[in-house]
Design a protein around this ligand. Structure first.
Ligand code: FAD
Length: 427
């Protein structure tokens, strides 16, 4: 693909002195990483969040996935609370929202089938996230590509990053991999599993028709459109027959995925009226749903629906099916044998439909919040992340509003209903 197959071999040897030393290093500034950094920062830890892009939010902002799937059970009860609820509010503070009327003032007094979902402005949310992290004394390093962890006997000493001023080493006592594809864990030798990804790619555009609608309604949200390359959804519907699903963790696959999609998008745009539409943004990162994840001490699966977990870090819900509830076990964030490495977000340990339920924005914030807090507790106790006192973790998460265990009375008397239609995003 790129020039001749074989070339010269280079041998590099370098000595790097730590450019900074932190309690917690967070690798990746998507929503899970931002939540992890904020959570550890609020515990008074010195935190560095390292992000290769030039703004925060990851897929939810740079990736143009600006839609909160339900935080509620589809009966009017908020299920995913704590920092997820806080960040939902923050994302809607300055920009448009599409939150149903019933949810505008928080959890409704009466049961409702309307789900608590909303679009938000990616750019404004990214700015809010930076302000919030800075106010909580989190150091943010943009434009810094993590190239590898430095490991010694299962212990991560820190991360090597590459940036404009060359290569640097940052030392950290706990390292949270929030890269979205478990890059740091995989490089550190932690067992990981790759996922399949369908052919999906969209940008953000504007149309003349949308502008008319926006003027009529006084709501700029209506001006936006979604130009597509591949249109496959998370179930693989509309996956072109000739395309094999992508793993998405090699440079070659990522390039093939991006370039094929971009050329397809261009082809589709060629048929449109040039005066009536424009594309003002392409996603700044590959829109891969399940690239790679931790093979953790625990793995969330569809069978865990309604199962109580003694080591739960919070309750989450299914975005496509009303009433389906899960408790997320702490073990999805860690792996024995690696005393100071954790993950969160879409690389937490889950499989099958369990991975889909856990990877989306509200649960990604929940696992980020839990990872940051657990890192702080491990530092306070001087223990491995696997030995964090779970009751203390649960108690502290509970203080922020996180529901640790669902009430059995919330289980439906009959089979859960499909309500995929209530979820507008291209999840
Ligand atoms: C097509 C698509 C549609 C979706 N639709 C929805 C939806 O409608 N609603 C919903 O709730 N969820 C949706 N999701 C899922 C959701 O967006 C993500 O799962 C969630 O945002 C994951 O957050 P995260 O922090 O775990 O990972 P990410 O958002 O991927 O964040 C990872 C961050 O790490 C950074 N990073 C990675 N590697 C490095 C490195 N080497 N050095 C430095 N930084 C690095 C990245 O730049 C990024 O900022 C969708 C996902 C996809 C792909």
């Amino acid at each position: 693909m790129m020039g001749k197959d074989a070339g010269m071999t280079v041998h590099l040897e370098e000595t790097l002195t730590a450019a900074g030393c932190y309690d917690v290093l967070v690798a990746g500034g998507g929503l899970s990483g931002a939540a992890a950094a904020l959570s550890a920062g609020r515990c008074g830890k010195r935190v560095l969040l390292i992000e290769k892009q030039c703004s925060l939010g990851g897929l939810a902002t740079t990736g143009l996935v600006n839609f909160w799937v339900p935080l509620c059970n589809g009966r009017g009860r908020m299920i995913i609370r704590g920092m997820a609820e806080e960040l939902l509010k923050l994302s809607l503070r300055l920009g448009f929202d599409t939150l149903p009327e019933e949810w505008k003032q928080g959890e409704p007094a009466q049961p409702t089938n309307e789900r608590c979902v909303s679009w938000f402005s990616s750019g404004l949310f990214a700015l809010e996230l930076l302000r919030l992290l800075r106010e909580n004394c989190v150091d943010v390093l943009y434009d810094a590509l993590i190239s590898q962890p430095v490991m010694a006997d299962g212990h991560c000493e820190g991360l090597i990053i590459d940036g404009k001023s060359g290569r640097k080493f940052y030392q950290g006592s706990v390292v949270i991999d929030a890269t979205g594809d478990a890059q740091v864990l995989a490089q550190a030798g932690v067992p990981t599993i790759e996922g399949d990804n369908y052919f999906t790619y969209y940008g953000e555009g504007i149309t003349l028709e949308g502008c008319r609608r926006a003027l009529e309604t006084g709501n700029l949200f209506n001006a936006y459109s979604r130009p597509f390359g591949g249109t496959a959804d998370l179930h693989g519907r509309q996956q072109p027959a000739e395309k094999v699903p992508y793993h998405g963790v090699s440079m070659e696959t990522i390039n093939a995925y991006l370039q094929e999609n971009q050329l397809l998008m261009l082809k589709k745009e060629e048929r449109k009226d040039r005066w009536a539409r424009g594309i003002h943004m392409l996603p700044g990162m590959p829109q891969l749903r399940t690239a790679r994840r931790l093979d953790g001490n625990a793995t969330l699966t569809e069978e865990d629906c309604y199962r109580h977990q003694a080591a739960s870090i919070g309750t989450i819900c299914d975005f496509e099916r009303r009433d389906c509830l899960y408790e997320v076990p702490y073990g999805v964030l860690i792996r024995d044998g690696f005393d100071n490495l954790m993950t969160c977000g879409r690389s937490a340990s889950a499989s099958g439909w369990g991975w889909d339920v856990l990877r989306v924005i509200p649960p990604a914030v929940l696992t980020g919040q839990a990872a940051g807090l657990a890192a702080a507790l491990a530092l306070d106790a001087g223990c491995a992340v696997s030995d964090v006192p779970i009751h203390t973790l649960q108690e502290q998460l509970g203080k922020t509003g996180v529901i640790i265990h669902f009430d059995d009375a919330w289980k439906p008397a009959s089979e859960p209903e499909d309500c995929a239609a209530a979820v507008e995003g291209h999840i």
